[in-house]
Design a protein around this ligand. Structure first.
Ligand code: NAP
Length: 252
């Protein structure tokens, strides 16, 4: 029997709620080293961050932000598989489906393959409207298909923003990798993270989040300039410092 869409939607919502409740119960269990207030909490600037995609990039970023004192909801198509992240990030992490992360976050991090972004925009764009959405994607033909060439020609910042109209869209974190989160200092200098957005306040908030994970932000300018730090650009995945990024991208 095929259930009408409303019933399916309600069923999924119930499961989302159940998973979140379970996560909150687990997150009440204190874990050594994470019980103290993080810096963002002490400074009264803790944010609600929704992370869509808890893989190689999303998971460590969310854990770092939870450690800094932010509240994080990770999402997955199988949220029940993320309980280890809940345990590691207690008491500030819970999990759910993408709608839960999109609804929860004041800031949403898209940490999925870019080929997933058009559908996420269609399904959950309304939940993200008016919010800061950070895109970290580096499209690749072998994973994301031929549309990659179109996105790269356009610049991935503007290309991905078209799928999330009405959001405060930011491009950041695409030039770094999980090793940089574990070791933010390279050759004695902090690794830099270029940021581009048409929304100056969204860039400034992203810069704070970059500092919270131990890296050095560089606000490059409007979203169109994200093209200058897409895959293959001179500062992409080189561990460049903030000063190197400023010099290479001619930012004063
Ligand atoms: N890895 C790097 O070094 C690196 C560096 C900079 C930028 N990036 C960019 O960061 C993004 C994530 O990369 P990653 O390395 O973290 O990838 P990953 O480890 O494969 O994780 C991606 C996550 O996205 C979710 N996902 C996959 N397809 C989806 C879909 N159709 N709808 C919803 N969710 C989906 C998966 O979660 P579930 O299966 O649990 O739903 C998965 O955990 C990509 O855009 C990549 O280009 C990666």
């Amino acid at each position: 029997m095929t259930l009408p869409p409303k019933v399916l939607a309600n069923g999924r919502m119930a499961l989302t709620t159940a998973v979140c409740v379970l996560a909150l119960v687990l997150s009440a269990v204190p874990v050594a080293g994470q019980a103290q207030a993080g810096q963002a909490e002490r400074e009264g600037r803790a944010m609600r961050i929704g992370i869509i995609g808890a893989g190689a990039m999303g998971a460590p970023l969310g854990l770092k932000w939870a450690e800094a004192g932010h509240q994080v909801v990770f999402s997955s198509r199988n949220p029940e598989e993320l309980m280890e992240l809940v345990r590691q990030g207690a008491p500030r992490i819970s999990v759910g489906y993408a709608d839960a992360a999109a609804h929860f976050g004041d800031v949403i991090l898209l940490a999925v393959p870019p080929v997933a972004i058009p559908q996420l925009g269609e399904d959950f764009g309304e939940l993200m409207r008016g919010k800061i959405v950070i895109d970290i994607s580096n499209p690749r033909v072998d994973r994301d298909g031929e549309i990659t060439n179109e996105w790269m020609a356009m610049g991935t910042g503007e290309a991905m923003a078209q799928y999330l109209p009405g959001t405060r869209f930011v491009k950041a974190f695409n030039t770094v990798n999980p090793r940089n989160f574990a070791n933010p200092i390279r050759d004695g200098v902090r690794v830099g993270v270029p940021i581009a957005s048409d929304d100056a306040e969204a860039s400034a908030i992203t810069a704070v989040l970059v500092r919270d994970i131990g890296l050095e932000p560089v606000i490059v300018g409007p979203l169109a300039r994200a093209k200058e730090f897409d895959r293959g650009s001179p500062i992409w995945e080189t561990g460049a410092s903030a000063q190197d990024i400023r010099e290479t991208l001619n930012i004063r």
